[in-house]
Design a protein around this ligand. Structure first.
Ligand SMILES: [Zn+2]
Length: 426
């Protein structure tokens, strides 16, 4: 009797182990195969005619020009470009064309992206269009999500199964010990929060960064200052941040940091972080000296102003100092990148961010650089992206109105071309 019971228990255990391993493989391992799919270029010839073309921020516009695209690359651009008879003409009635926009701060963390490997192309295409393509984004930087979802979406886009932007990803972020932000603790189940990497030693941080980059991440994201409670920031220990930065740089990868306040910004600046993923929203003590040091260390900033005004408060006592910080960073010569933190924010419209950037004293040419040349330079791909230049990738954002007349026109997207293919049209 006892023997039969033991045999039964062993059999049940075995079944349980097989089921659990299969589930882990299906949910977590299989979706991460092929983390760096090759870029897919569309074949054929496309032409955009009678367009107002802003080839680069600061360059004189081409008032009535043509862009010729061949096999995914820009073949020619100018006022007089011959269009071969076999070219597909993209409709453009007095449209305005710029290089494809970048959103340097996004997340694939909303529930609708989970188990992306097993979601239909139709579902994911409409989500990708809503969040990115319809806003003009041809390249996005994911600053931490579940890699099983992000890597799967990226693979399916580059395999041609989905229409979406080029995705860079930070994989999973690193937090201080007991340093998960309160808004994540409120949104995620406790076991997910417990699994977030929170290294207590610099060697643990090095291992995590190494493993994260090795399993498909393109960059590192650190919470150098984490809002662990409303009104309370926990900074990352300097030696841990330094080693995480050192390990990333040894692998030729950039580090983005969430600073939150003075202490978090100091850790980012002194540890050698490359990009502030937000302006610090508690600006007390952040002065020209610290910002100059950051700029001298070649650090860039993603303001994410609309996110602060939407998720904290529009109160001018809160927003005015953040606008002033961004203005000062810009005036001192710091490089700004456009980013909205969509995914954390469920409102995907970009118009509000353009308006907020205007309040920080940025003009349309500054913002065009934030959307195109600055992120391309920061990610080391200026030879392929950022301007409308023959030989570069045909990533184009087609607007129905001119952003030099009104910043809100950056949000009036008519169509998007990525790697020579029209991937979205209004
Ligand atoms: Zn974020």
């Amino acid at each position: 009797m006892l023997r039969r019971w033991t045999r039964h228990a062993l059999l049940s255990l075995l079944v349980l182990i097989v089921v659990a391993s299969t589930a882990v493989w299906v949910i977590e391992i299989y979706p991460r195969r092929e983390p760096h799919p090759p870029l897919r270029l569309a074949q054929g010839t496309l032409a955009l005619q009678h367009a107002r073309i802003y080839t680069a921020p600061g360059a004189p516009p081409i008032a009535d020009g043509t862009i010729l695209i061949r096999d995914g690359l820009i073949a020619a651009v100018g006022p007089q470009v011959a269009v071969p008879p076999d070219a597909t003409v993209v409709p453009c009635n007095s449209c305005v064309v710029t290089a494809g926009f970048w959103n340097a701060h996004v997340h694939f963390t909303e529930r609708k992206w989970s188990l992306a490997e097993w979601k239909s192309a139709a579902t994911l295409n409409s989500q990708l269009a809503d969040m990115f393509l319809s806003r003009g984004f041809t390249t996005v930087i994911d600053l931490a999500s579940n890699p099983a979802d992000t890597l799967s979406i990226r693979r399916r886009i580059e395999r041609g199964e989905l229409s979406g932007p080029c995705i860079y990803t930070a994989g999973t972020a690193l937090y201080p010990p007991h340093g998960a932000p309160f808004y994540l603790r409120e949104a995620l189940p406790w076991w997910t929060v417990a699994l977030l990497p929170q290294p207590a030693t610099s060697e643990a941080a090095r291992r995590i960064v190494h493993r994260n980059l090795g399993s498909g991440a393109d960059l590192t994201k650190l919470f150098t200052g984490s809002w662990i409670e409303r009104g309370r920031v926990l900074p990352m220990q300097m030696d841990i941040a330094r080693v995480a930065v050192e390990e990333s740089h040894l692998n030729g990868r950039l580090v983005f940091a969430h600073p939150s306040n003075l202490a978090g910004t100091r850790v980012a600046v002194e540890s050698g972080v490359d990009v502030l993923a937000h302006a610090a929203d508690d600006t007390r003590g952040i002065d020209a000296v610290l910002l100059s040091t950051a700029i001298h260390n070649n650090m860039a900033m993603i303001p994410t102003l609309k996110m602060f005004s939407m998720t904290v408060t529009k109160d001018s006592h809160y927003m005015d100092p953040i606008h002033a910080e961004v203005r000062q960073f810009h005036q001192l010569g710091g490089q700004l990148l456009f980013g909205t933190d969509v995914g954390y924010m469920t409102d995907y419209s970009t118009e509000g961010e353009f308006a907020e950037l205007g309040k920080s004293g940025l003009d349309w040419q500054d913002i065009l650089a934030m959307l195109t040349t600055n992120p391309a330079a920061r990610m080391g791909v200026s030879n392929q992206k950022g301007t409308i230049t023959s030989g570069k990738l045909a990533d184009l954002t087609i607007l129905s109105a001119d952003p030099s007349q009104d910043l809100a026109n950056f949000a009036r997207v008519q169509a998007v071309v990525r790697s020579g293919k029209v991937v979205w049209r209004r």
